[in-house]
Design a protein around this ligand. Structure first.
Ligand SMILES: Cc1cc2nc3c(=O)[nH]c(=O)nc-3n(C[C@H](O)[C@H](O)[C@H](O)COP(=O)(O)OP(=O)(O)OC[C@H]3O[C@@H](n4cnc5c(N)ncnc54)[C@H](O)[C@@H]3O)c2cc1C
Length: 298
């Protein structure tokens, strides 16, 4: 019989002085070395033998990875090792990126969020990662350092599948940038799990909407669905419906219906696919109506 709580497999802990050396080490040990921050995903994966790296390359001490800066022109830049609690406690994040705060507070419990990072949540690339949908409706991008230089990639292009991201050997995400949301933005993160305290999402919806005089409705909407497809789904068709037609309450139901059609959920231990589809409809409709009310009341 399998031991339900096996010991961790053996690994070597690697701590190098610079990001250049860390990237080179990762490049020199493809498939054998994994970068790590809080370790809250990595160690569970090791314990369950889903991940078996020979080397764990610690990034937490590296220069520059701990900075959290906000500049209205550049937006918010979140260093890889910034914890979720640091993010939640930051005044500029609370003021300008409230959906991200709502979502970050859903991740595990307080103690976990003292270790867990936004970067780790994103790089783990679980479709139910709470912070991914909000980071996508804020049109975030990842800033990558690799042995061959630096590059930035929009989050929409970063996720390739569950646990799969568009990094090549030796590349490390050193920060995540979220531009300043458009003036007058209102948004909401609605998530449903098996319990209210600390469980992964069965389905979740992120909505951001803002006034825009160039659209037919006078508003633009961004909608992302989590935990209901291999990667987070941006519901383009519903976004267009709500931007390119005068707003009528029935359009929110129509948009929710489109969202339900756009997802590809699976049956698993947490929910049936059918229940997930119904949740997508309910959560999208609820989020759109509430965000619309907020837009009207400012
Ligand atoms: C009890 C418990 C409850 C949880 N509840 C939730 C929840 O409710 N919602 C939720 O979304 N998640 C939840 N999680 C998952 C987890 O806490 C988050 O995904 C966390 O944010 C990961 O961050 P980390 O710093 O611990 O990442 P790590 O575990 O250190 O790394 C995660 C992955 O990213 C890779 N990686 C790390 N840093 C980098 C980098 N700089 N560049 C490239 N790749 C990198 C690692 O190799 C690893 O594959 C829970 C976990 C536990 C143990």
């Amino acid at each position: 019989m399998n031991n339900p709580l096996p010991r961790l497999p053996e690994f070597e802990y690697i701590r190098l002085e610079t990001i250049e050396k860390a990237a080179q080490f990762l490049k020199d040990h493809p498939g054998e070395a994994a970068p790590y921050l809080g370790g809250t995903d990595l160690f569970v994966g090791l314990r369950d033998r889903r991940k078996q790296p020979k080397y764990l390359v610690d990034l937490k001490h590296l220069e520059g990875l701990n900075s959290l800066t906000f500049d209205p022109a550049k937006g918010l830049t979140i260093g890889a090792r910034v914890t979720l609690n640091q993010l939640i406690d930051h005044r500029d994040v609370q003021k300008n990126y409230p959906i991200l705060c709502q979502a970050a507070k859903q991740v595990g419990g307080y103690q976990l969020r003292n270790r867990a990072t936004l970067c780790g949540n994103i790089c783990n690339a679980s479709p139910c990662g709470d912070t991914i949908g909000p980071s996508m409706v804020y049109q975030g991008s990842v800033n990558i350092f690799g042995p061959d230089g630096t590059r930035s990639l929009p989050l929409e292009d970063f996720f390739l599948g569950p646990g799969k991201v568009a990094l090549v050997d030796g590349e490390i995400v050193h920060s995540i940038t979220l531009p300043l949301p458009p003036e007058g933005s209102q948004g909401m993160y609605l998530c449903h799990g098996r319990n209210k305290l600390s469980d992964l999402a069965i389905a979740a919806v992120s909505v951001l909407a803002y006034p825009d005089l160039t659209s037919a409705s006078g508003f633009r909407f961004r909608i992302a669905l989590s935990a209901v497809a291999p990667t987070v789904v941006i519901v383009e068709e519903a976004q267009v419906l709500l931007s390119e037609n005068p707003i009528e309450p029935s359009h929110f139901e129509k948009a929710a219906h489109i969202a339900r059609q756009s997802c590809k959920p699976i049956d698993d231990i947490r929910s049936s696919a059918e229940y997930r589809r119904e949740l997508v409809y309910t959560l999208t409709s609820r989020a759109l109506n509430q965000v619309w009310d907020s837009l009207q009341s400012v």
